[in-house]
Design a protein around this ligand. Structure first.
Ligand SMILES: Nc1ncnc2c1ncn2[C@@H]1O[C@H](COP(=O)(O)OP(=O)(O)OP(=O)(O)O)[C@@H](O)[C@H]1O
Ligand SMILES: [Mg+2]
Length: 349
């Protein structure tokens, strides 16, 4: 049989460990994440440039660090520079350093991040925010692995691996003329795209356990919480626009604010349980992706409908019942059964 070249095998967690790849605290077992980790494993054995894309909070920096720490450069520095956070006139000197007197205020010469990263990895975060002038200079430095400090004449050579990241659509930026195509190809030798959490929901509860584990090892009196099945289902259904960062914060806040050992649905922040939102109510087509069966899906729809009617009527049950064209006592029973309460007094985060 001829090997299938178009479908390279992705290693599972055991395979990754067998190959000596250290996950460096990256939790999750979804296919999407395992594919990312497997590419990270392969790329860590090379010196190729990597461009990591993905929404905010999906773990781009974490993956960049894993690549560095699994590479032969692990004993060298990993230098991070956020190209979006530094004003463009200062960024050039941050990257390449400057000589004394190069500009007003340059009282002494200073080495830049490229020099600091020698024999290590440089992580250019938010690369999509770099100004066009600096993009030209960066391209030259990357092509030649050589550059001059601002105001300097001496050419400096460095041995670095470049990893960059962005949450922007760079191909779109190229079309608009905001990003240089030649630089894009130079940076994007190995592309790694990290899926948003809502497209790999099977990682959600694993991450909750992982972050609770982290808290337990950080705080001696930490009590691991258990989530009721409805609360867990709500976490899986929520779309997590802030991705893993948002989930991590939620786990920490719950651990502080909920004093019982068991977390019920009413203990979760409103935006997670807010079942009247179209965004959270799964469309019929996504019911199975979310691991729900008929009963849960119908229950969720009921819940959303009742919650919406109650919110519309200021939780006056008689009026909500009218709106729903339902008997008041039936509504009261249902509210009790599905454990609905007005928005909890939990801070919105
Ligand atoms: N798979 C994961 N396992 C454990 N922790 C994770 C995972 N992915 C992300 N995190 C954690 O989530 C937080 C956000 O990750 P990170 O800073 O790497 O995201 P990012 O994509 O660089 O975000 P931004 O675009 O906002 O800079 C960090 O605290 C990180 O440790
Ligand atoms: Mg980041």
């Amino acid at each position: 049989m001829t090997p299938n070249m178009t479908q390279p095998q992705t290693l599972d967690p055991e395979g990754l460990a067998k190959e000596g790849f250290d996950r460096s605290g990256i939790a999750g077992t979804s296919k999407g994440l395992l594919r990312v980790l497997d590419t990270a494993r392969k790329v860590s054995r090379s010196d190729s440039s990597v461009l990591i894309t993905g929404e905010s909070g999906t773990g781009k920096e974490l993956i960049a660090r894993a690549i560095h720490f699994n590479s032969s450069r692990r004993d060298g520095p990993m230098v991070v520079i956020n190209c979006g956070a530094i004003p463009s006139e200062l960024l050039e000197s941050e990257l390449f350093g400057h000589e004394k007197g190069a500009f007003t205020g340059a009282h002494r010469s200073r080495i830049g991040r490229f020099e600091i990263a020698d024999r290590g990895t440089i992580f250019l975060d938010e690369i999509g925010d770099m100004s066009p002038e600096l993009q030209v200079k960066l391209l030259r430095a990357l092509q030649e692995r050589r550059f001059e400090r601002v105001g300097g004449t001496q050419t400096i050579e460095v041995d670095i691996r470049v990893i960059s990241a962005t949450n922007k659509d760079l191909e779109n930026a190229i079309e608009k003329g905001d990003f240089r195509e030649d630089l894009y190809y130079r940076l994007n030798v190995i592309p790694i795209h990290i899926l948003p959490l809502r497209e790999r929901r099977e990682d959600i509860l694993t991450l909750v356990d992982h972050f609770q584990g982290n808290l337990r090892s950080r705080l001696s009196n930490f009590q691991v919480k258990e989530f009721s099945s409805k609360a867990a289902q709500a976490l899986v259904n929520y779309d997590w626009p802030g991705n893993i960062r948002e989930l991590e914060n939620m786990v920490e806040r719950i651990s502080v604010l909920v004093e019982k050992q068991r977390v019920e649905i009413k203990d979760l922040p409103g935006r997670i349980t807010h079942t009247d939102s179209d965004q959270i109510l799964p469309g019929v087509a996504s019911v199975f992706d979310r691991g729900m069966g008929f009963n849960e899906a119908v229950e969720q729809y009921q819940r959303a409908l009742i919650f919406h009617a109650l919110n519309e009527t200021g939780w006056v049950k008689a009026r909500a019942a009218q709106l729903l064209k339902m008997n008041r006592t039936t509504l009261v029973e249902k509210i009790k059964k599905i454990d609905l309460e007005p928005e909890p007094e939990m801070p919105v985060f």
